[in-house]
Design a protein around this ligand. Structure first.
Ligand code: CTP
Length: 434
């Protein structure tokens, strides 16, 4: 019996796939089809595959052409499979011409002509097309623009540096990403929602909890997606870390400690000029608070903010301490001080260490008293998480699933901290004796 094997994603199974499978099958007596797992696709940069692995496998099965369907989970698996299944022929579309010649050592390699004019990428683009407008003039907006280029169906139609012609921007698009000054978020998000646009807004979404409530209510009433943009929440290493914690890997969590700092040249700036800069608590606070609220919950028993300020608004450093029923937490943020940007999660059996910069890491380590049992975890990170954040936004807009990465309670809790800082509620100032 002559065994043939072929691989693919087979998203939104189309005519080109069917033709490929027919011709592959005709090369032998038994056809094995390898369908890529979601994780493997993600690691090779295919990030917004529309159907789940199961749906894609069903698609292949329904062609009636595959004698066996397997899952492709890791790089290098093809060699293993060819040996394991005793494969005689490896067949693949001509878009891969030459790429699999290294398999000739193990079996015959045949490239089949790709069918012109149809591809999953095109189908995704047609089905998903969302015209996005960007508001803001920071390096971050540039990154979002670049990353949107990797997300099929997300078309950046306009970029406005400031909100002076926000109305005009909104007319051109059906969704908007906002990176303005935090105090402007509430009014701009509201304006966008009232204009019927979906909104992805950089964290903090608003400076008051009540404003978040109002905005979410408005979004729901209008059937629009309102999502807080906080890229760390979408990075694979971070989301896997949360799952590991839930599975009890380090026992009960006793403490969550996060640090995020960056240097900022603020020497000689007047308070007015400083007002144009995001302060430490707005810029780094949401990121540093994210794991605390996601791991320990959004209802601490007490909270204390200790800040070093150089003007009424600008803190060069803040430490936000929380006491929970069974745990404590601390977030240290700074723009104008420097420290080790790490995260440590302390548990009753061990701890998780995420090295600097923990908020865009592809790696973390679970550590125990007996170092021989330590475990290291690596996950590919594309575009600092922004790419995945955009995919999550697109999926939420298409009703595929709601944004689960950042719950509304977390968004509200972050806004509460911003509100407390601005009002001075529970805030201690360094260098100022009572
Ligand atoms: N294929 C083909 N003709 C097409 C599209 C795909 O022969 N028009 C072949 C590919 O060469 C590959 C198999 O079908 O051997 C599975 O391809 P896959 O990557 O899943 O499909 P694409 O439509 O190319 O997907 P994408 O646009 O996401 O790359």
């Amino acid at each position: 019996m002559r065994k043939v094997i072929t691989y693919g994603t087979y998203d939104l199974l189309h005519y080109g796939h069917r033709r490929l499978l027919e011709r592959a099958k005709a090369l032998g007596d038994y056809l094995i089809v390898g369908v890529t797992s979601d994780d493997y696709d993600k690691s090779r940069g295919k990030i917004n595959v529309k159907q789940s692995l199961i749906e894609r496998m069903q698609g292949v099965q329904e062609t009636g052409l595959a004698d066996e369907i397997i899952v492709e989970e890791y790089e290098g698996q093809k060699i293993d499979d060819i040996k394991k299944y005793g494969v005689d022929v490896f067949a693949i579309g001509s878009d891969w011409l030459g790429k699999f010649d290294y398999l000739k050592e193990y079996c015959e390699v045949i490239y089949l002509d790709r069918t012109e004019g149809v591809s999953s990428t095109e189908l995704r683009r047609e089905e998903n097309a969302l015209d996005l407008g960007l508001l803001g003039n920071s390096a971050n907006v540039e990154k979002v623009k670049k990353e949107a280029g990797f997300v099929d169906g997300l078309n950046v139609r306009a970029v406005h540096a400031d909100g002076s012609h926000f109305d005009a921007l909104l007319k051109e698009v059906n969704a908007v990403y906002i990176y303005s000054k935090p105090e402007e978020h509430y009014a701009q998000v509201r304006q966008a929602l009232l204009a019927g646009k979906h909104v992805l807004c950089e964290s903090p979404l608003a400076m008051k909890k009540s404003q978040c409530d109002e905005l979410f209510e408005l979004a729901d009433k209008s059937g629009l997606v309102l999502m807080e943009a906080l890229k760390t929440a979408f990075s694979t290493a971070y989301t896997r870390l949360l799952l590991l914690l839930k599975s009890g890997k380090i026992g009960d969590v006793i403490s969550v400690d996060t640090t995020c700092t960056s240097m900022e040249d603020i020497d000689g700036l007047t308070p007015d000029m400083l007002r144009e800069h995001w302060n430490s608590i707005c810029d780094w606070g949401p990121t540093a608070l994210l794991p605390i609220f996601q791991i320990l919950g959004t209802a601490p028993m007490s909270r204390r903010i200790i800040s070093k300020k150089v003007s009424a608004e600008y803190d060069t450093f803040s430490k936000i301490d929380f006491v929970y029923d069974h745990a404590v937490a601390s977030a240290k943020v700074g723009k104008g001080v420097k420290s080790e940007g790490e995260m440590v999660i302390t548990g009753t059996r061990g701890y998780i260490y995420v090295p600097a910069p923990w908020w865009k890491t592809d790696f973390f380590e679970v550590r125990y008293e007996d170092q021989n049992t330590n475990q290291r975890y690596f996950y590919q990170l594309e575009g600092e998480g922004i790419r995945y954040e955009l995919v999550a936004f697109l999926h939420a807009v298409h009703g595929k699933h709601a944004n689960e990465e950042i719950s509304r309670d977390v968004t509200r809790a972050i806004a509460s901290v911003m509100e407390a800082y601005a009002s001075g509620d529970g805030v201690f100032l360094l260098g100022e004796r009572a």
